[in-house]
Design a protein around this ligand. Structure first.
Ligand SMILES: Cc1ncc(C[n+]2csc(CCOP(=O)(O)OP(=O)(O)O)c2C)c(N)n1
Ligand code: SF4
Ligand SMILES: [Mg+2]
Length: 290
C-alpha cells in the first residue's frame, strides 16, 4: 500500500536499535537534501520493516522478502526518485535471499538497509540466518552478509554500521545516498541493530565492533584486500564495521542498470503518455491489429 507523506509515532520497544537507523535515515536524507516527495521508502515485513511508517516520506509496505523487487521496480519506473529499501535479517537473508544475491548483480541505484538483530523480532525471537550457534537452540552457523556481498564482483557500495553509533551511520548513509543519486549503482548497508527484547547484544557489540578504516591495509577499492581484512577481524573475535567497498567513479558510471535501460533516465512513470506525443505509435499499433 502506498502511503501519503505523513509519519506516525513509532511502535517499537523502547531502546530498540532500529531507532538509531530511523534517526540516521532521516538525518542523512536531510543532509543530502532529498525533498520528501522524491524519496520512497520500501519496508519489508518485521519490526524493522515498519520504518517507513515513522518517516515523512512516501512508503510501501512490501511482501515478506520481496522488498527489493518492489524497490527496484519503483526506481526503474522513475529513476529520478531516491529509493531506499529497509528490512530485517530474516526478511533479507532467509525468505528474501534469492532477491538479495541478484540485487548486487542487477546493480540498480537504490539503497538497501538491513537492520540485523540476529533474530526474528516481530515473531518473538526465533533464530534467523545470522543467529549465533546456540541461540534459541540454533545448530546452524551464522551467515555473513558482508563477505557474501564482497564475493559478488559488481561495482556496488558495501558497508556495515552499528546502531550504537548513529553519527557514523548517518555519514555512511549520506555517502550511499550520494552514490545512488549519481546513478552509480546498488548500495548495501547492513546495520547492526540490536533487539533489546529478544536478543540484547548492545553491550557485546559495542565491545566487539572494529572500524576497518583504522586497520593497516584498509583499501575500500580493493575487494580482495577487504575480504581478507574482514575475515581476519572476524577470526580475532571482533565484528568489522565501516565502508567495505567503495568503487572508483570511473568504474561505476556506465554500470547502473537504469542507465543501461533508460539512458535518458525517463522511466515509464514519467513518460509522456498523452495522445499528441504518441499518435503515430498508436496509429502504427492499430494498423498492425487490422
Ligand atoms: C510469507 C510470510 N512468512 C512468514 C511470515 C511471518 N514473519 C513475520 S515477520 C518475520 C521475520 C521477521 O524477522 P526480521 O526480518 O529479522 O525482522 P525483525 O522483526 O527482526 O526486525 C516472519 C517470519 C510472514 N509475515 N509472511
Ligand atoms: S521486538 Fe525487538 S526488534 Fe522488535 S521493536 Fe522490540 S526491540 Fe525492536
Ligand atoms: Mg531481525
Amino acid at each position: 500500500m502506498v502511503q501519503s507523506v505523513k509519519s506516525t509515532p513509532s511502535t517499537w520497544c523502547p531502546g530498540c536499535g532500529d531507532f538509531g537507523t530511523l534517526a540516521s535515515v532521516r538525518n542523512a536524507a536531510k543532509e543530502v537534501g532529498i525533498p520528501p516527495h522524491e524519496e520512497v521508502l520500501v519496508g519489508g515485513i518485521g519490526c524493522s520493516g515498519g520504518i517507513h511508517n515513522f518517516l515523512d516520506v512516501n512508503g510501501i509496505h512490501a511482501l515478506h522478502g520481496r522488498l527489493l523487487a518492489q524497490a527496484i521496480g519503483v526506481k526503474l519506473a522513475n529513476p529520478k526518485l531516491t529509493v531506499i529499501a529497509a528490512g530485517g535479517d530474516g526478511d533479507g537473508y532467509a525468505i528474501g535471499m534469492g532477491h538479495f544475491m541478484h540485487a548486487f548483480k542487477k546493480n540498480v541505484s537504490i539503497l538497501y538497509i538491513v537492520m540485523n538483530n540476529e533474530t526474528y523480532g516481530l515473531t518473538k525471537g526465533q533464530a534467523s540466518p545470522t543467529s549465533q550457534l546456540g541461540f534459541e537452540g540454533n545448530v546452524e552457523n551464522p551467515f555473513d552478509a558482508i563477505l557474501t556481498a564482497l564475493s559478488i564482483p559488481a561495482p556496488n557500495f558495501i558497508a556495515r554500521t552499528f546502531s550504537g553509533d548513529p553519527r557514523t551511520m548517518t555519514q555512511v548513509f549520506v555517502e550511499a545516498l550520494k552514490f545512488n543519486r549519481e546513478n552509480r549503482g546498488f548500495a548495501f548497508v547492513e546495520d547492526l541493530s540490536p533487539c533489546v527484547t529478544y536478543n540484547d547484544t548492545f553491550k557485546e557489540w559495542r565491545q566487539k565492533v572494529v572500524d576497518v578504516a583504522k586497520l593497516p591495509g584498509y583499501d575500500a577499492t580493493d575487494r580482495k584486500a577487504m575480504f581478507r581484512l574482514c575475515l581476519e577481524t572476524m577470526d580475532s573475535g571482533k565484528i568489522p564495521i565501516g565502508v567495505m567497498h567503495r568503487p572508483a567513479p570511473a568504474v561505476t558510471t556506465p554500470n547502473a542498470l537504469e542507465l543501461k535501460l533508460l539512458p535518458d533516465l525517463v522511466g515509464p512513470a514519467a513518460a509522456d503518455i498523452g495522445l499528441a506525443a504518441n499518435l503515430p505509435a498508436y496509429q502504427k499499433l492499430l494498423k498492425g491489429a487490422a
